[in-house]
Design a binder for this molecule. Structure first.
Ligand SMILES: [Zn+2]
Length: 96
């Protein structure tokens, strides 16, 4: 048991970072995280995990929303309405 109450552990047995050092051809050897690399060599972010986090990233990366699913669907609906109106107008003109 350590002074702060945490259980004691053997530092020699913990997993070490396997990243290569730039100058010498040896490994980093810092204590590794779950992914096998230290905090410096942790690699790319794996992205948001919670629904709240996903929503926050989605809002942060949206620039204007003109290419959003809702906006594209609305434009399609408007184009279809315009096409139908044109057909109706055409039919009216022919019947006159
Ligand atoms: Zn490392």
């Amino acid at each position: 048991m350590l002074l702060n109450g945490n259980p004691s552990f053997d530092l020699r047995k913990i997993k070490r970072c396997g990243a290569k050092r730039r100058k010498r051809s040896e490994l980093c050897r810092q204590p590794a995280m779950r992914n096998g690399r230290c905090s410096i060599h942790g690699g790319k972010s794996t992205g948001p995990r919670t629904a709240e986090g996903i929503e926050r990233i989605r809002r942060a990366s949206t620039k204007h929303g003109r290419r959003s699913k809702a906006a594209i669907a609305e434009r399609k609906r408007n184009a279809e309405t315009k096409r139908r109106i044109r057909i109706l107008v055409d039919m009216c003109r022919r019947s006159i």
